[in-house]
Structures are given as C-alpha cells and as structure tokens.
Design a protein around this ligand. Structure first.
Ligand code: UDP
Length: 420
C-alpha cells in the first residue's frame, strides 16, 4: 500500500516531495486553519478538500472550516463577488451590509476556539473576510486569500471590504493584475489542481466511453465542452453562439455545457434558465445540471471532449482550464484573468475575445487533429510544471515561513512567482 506522499511523488517527482517534506519539518508544530463559505461547488472548495489532506500527510495540523449564512448573506456576498469583478452596482444596500457583518460576527463566535488556537488562519474570499474584526487582540497570523479577479473593482464595494482586509497580516492574489494596494505584504500565488483527485485521475477507456450512452452523445461526432457553474461571467450564452457558428463548418458538432450550482451562488438558476432558452431545444446541445459530487463524470467528460472551452469574460483563475490541460486537451479560453496564465496562445490553446473567435478556433482545431494532439501534450506538461497542488502548497509554506521570519527592511512587498 503506497502512502499518499508516495502517490504524489509518482506524479510530481521526488524532488518536489523532498522539498515539501523539508519545509514541513521547518513548520512542524504549527496549526493551520482554512475558512471559506462552501464545502462544495466552485474552485475554492475543490482546492481546500485536497490541500488539507496533503498538508496533514506532511505531518502538519490543519483543518478546514466553513461559515454559514442565510439567503440575504449570500445575496450580499454574491453582490460583492460581482462588484469586485467589475460589475457596476448601485448604492450598497445597508441592510445587506449589516447582515454581512452580523453573520461574520456570529460565525466568529462559533469558530472562536479554532481560530484562536491556530497559528495561521487563511480566510478565502470576501464571504468570511470580516471574521477578523472579532479578534482585535489576536496573536496569530491571518492571511486573506482572494480568488477573484479584483483588478477593476467597484470602488465603493472595495472600500467597504478593504476595511476588513487591511487588518490582515498578508493578502494573496492569483495574478499581479488582481492585486490591490494594501498596507501589508501581498503575495502572488496561482491556484492548482490535485492529480490524485477523482476529478483528475486517469480513467479506463470504458468509463470514458460510458459518458456517450449516459448523456445520449454520439461517439462518432466531435464534441466540445464547457464545464462551469451557471454564471454569466462564464459566458455560457457566448459558448452556444460559438457552437452555432462552428457548426456551419463542422456538421454534426455536439456541445456539452456541464455545470451545477454552488450553495454560496444564488444566481445559478436564473442563468441556467437563460441557457436553456438560448439552446432552444437543439438536440446537439446537452445541458447537464450535475450534482456537486460528479467529479468522475466531469473527469470523463473532459477526457471525452475533443476541445474544451472556457469562454469566460472574467475569471479568477479557471480550474476547469487546468483540469482540461491536464487531460491533454487544448483549451479555447476567454482572454481574461487566470485563463491568460494557462492558455498560452497558439501553444496550449487559443485566447479569444468573441463567440466568432471561439468558433473560428474550434473549426481550425477540429480540422487539424495533429494540432489538437500537440497542444494537448504541451498543456499537460505546463500543468505538471506549474499548477499542481504540490507547487501550491510549497508557495503557502514559503508564505508562512516568510511571515514568521519577515525580511528586515520589508522592501520586497510583492513577490512575483515565475511561471516558465
Ligand atoms: N465544477 C464541478 N461541477 C460543476 C461545475 C464546476 O465540480 O458543475 C468544478 C470544476 O471542475 C472546477 C471547479 O468546480 O474544479 C470550478 O473552478 P473554477 O476555478 O473553474 O471556477 P469557479 O467556479 O471557482 O469560478
């Protein structure tokens, strides 16, 4: 029976695991807590579920806590999410802001013991950002980890949230473009996928093939796929438009839009309805509303697809892109946010601005299977080198070490991660 670390070593290589083990030795005895607002749905929960396992396997005490809230709270935090990603908002609703602060205050009391006993607290995204206000005399280190494209936030919303974020010891953003001026060190750490997770492990041919009959897809015709929560930022309507344009050149093309909701995203249903209307009962558009634990199904769909699209108009990082590249699929991605870090234009896929652009690249790739294969191989290698959970955890360990041993003159405030 191989240990978890041995399994990671098989994928990521012995040097990577050796380095992590050395760093864990330096950190031995500390307790790390992660806090977010959902156990399922979306990229943050994907990451936290495996990051805590790997951290534990390295001998460190770590846990993952989830705050709770009512519908008003999640309406407020979805507004924050949209506002940080640049969607114009009216005046901030004072009642919702009060719900936000009260919900954080009551969660802080529930989590008080865990948070006070931790040496390092990672707070993910705006939902739990205000927890820190309940710990004015804290002795431990608190880090705000922003997964959102906050490059051009709605000013009033950021001003409100900044009051909380300022109190942290450090912030982490996925890209330099997303970082906002803050009075503490800012770190740039892109997210990652777990190669051992059900979402990403190798699957037998039969399991991949079973997708076709299960979802009434034709294995003899090309299939393009987008996996995403039903969210306007993911531009599912643009994907349908691109599919319709590409189909003029590639008869028989099939589109799968696979998604689900997240408990902290109240807008999903409305977007799903709009997607169904746009699909207009086209038998070759397959809209799959999947339960949150459909990891193997998504894995099989990503492997079965000829090309994966992620035509977002805003994207924090886009784990769906990483997942597809890992499975040797070229990705046609919206030219935004973290997609730009992963889709190296003409290399691991294509960056596009419009449905027309996505359609043209789809047509080109389907006519050039050799290019699909070459791009797919480069994509897999790129993820292996840059976007596995082992690299991500190493960056978090470095961050923790640097917080406990700060640079004397503290001149280096932004540490740029080199992505080769
Ligand atoms: N995902 C899923 N089921 C769905 C839709 C998405 O499991 O119905 C997963 C997807 O495979 C990826 C994550 O949720 O791991 C989405 O992360 P991403 O960074 O792409 O987007 P986010 O939802 O965080 O904006």
């Amino acid at each position: 029976m191989t240990t978890l670390l041995e399994q990671y070593q098989e994928v990521a290589g012995p040097e990577v695991i050796h380095e992590l083990t050395q760093m864990a030795r330096v950190l031995k005895g500390i307790k790390i807590v992660h806090v977010n607002s959902t156990k399922t749905g979306g990229g943050v929960s994907e990451i936290l579920s495996t990051m805590t396992q790997l951290t534990t396997a390295l001998g460190l005490d770590t846990s993952w806590e989830v705050i709770t809230g009512n519908a008003d709270f999640f309406e407020c935090t979805k507004n924050f999410h949209n506002a940080l990603q640049g969607i114009k908002q009216g005046v901030l609703n004072p009642n919702l802001l009060r719900v936000y602060q009260d919900t954080n205050a009551s969660n802080a009391e529930q989590l008080r013991q865990v948070l006070e006993n931790a040496d390092v607290v990672f707070i993910h995204d705006p939902q739990p950002a205000a927890l820190i206000s309940a710990f004015p005399n804290r002795k431990n280190k608190w880090i705000w980890r922003c997964h959102i494209d906050a490059s051009n936030p709605h000013r009033a919303t950021w001003k409100f949230l900044r009051n909380f974020v300022m109190q942290y010891d450090a912030s982490v953003f996925s890209l330099a473009d997303f970082a906002q001026p803050l009075p503490h060190p800012i770190y740039l750490i892109p997210p990652s996928i777990d190669p051992l997770a059900e979402k990403n492990i190798e699957l037998k041919k039969e399991e991949i093939a079973s997708i076709y009959s299960r979802f009434e897809l034709d294995p003899n015709r090309p299939m393009i796929l987008q996996v995403s929560r039903f969210d306007y930022f993911k531009d599912p309507l643009g994907v349908i438009e691109a599919y319709r344009l590409a189909k003029k050149f590639k008869h028989g093309l099939q589109l799968v839009l696979a998604g689900g909701g997240a408990p902290d995203d109240p807008e999903g249903e409305a977007v799903l309805k709009a997607v169904k209307t746009a699909a207009n009962s086209d038998p070759d558009i397959h809209i799959l509303y999947l339960p949150s634990d459909s990891h193997r199904t998504i894995n099989a769909l990503q492997r079965a697809a000829d090309i994966v699209l992620q035509k977002s108009i805003k994207e924090g990082f886009g784990l769906t892109v990483t997942e597809a590249l890992w499975k040797n699929k070229p990705v046609i991605g919206g030219n935004c946010g973290g997609i730009r870090l992963q889709v190296i234009n003409y290399n691991t896929g294509f960056l596009v601005e419009t449905p027309e652009g996505a359609a043209e690249r789809t047509r080109y790739l389907l006519q050039n299977p050799q290019v699909i294969q070459e791009m797919g191989e480069r994509g897999r290698r790129f993820v292996l080198d840059n976007f596995l959970i082992t690299r991500h955890l190493r960056d978090y360990f470095s961050l923790i070490i640097s917080l406990f041993h700060p640079i004397q003159n503290n001149r280096i405030e932004i540490q740029k991660l080199e992505v080769s």
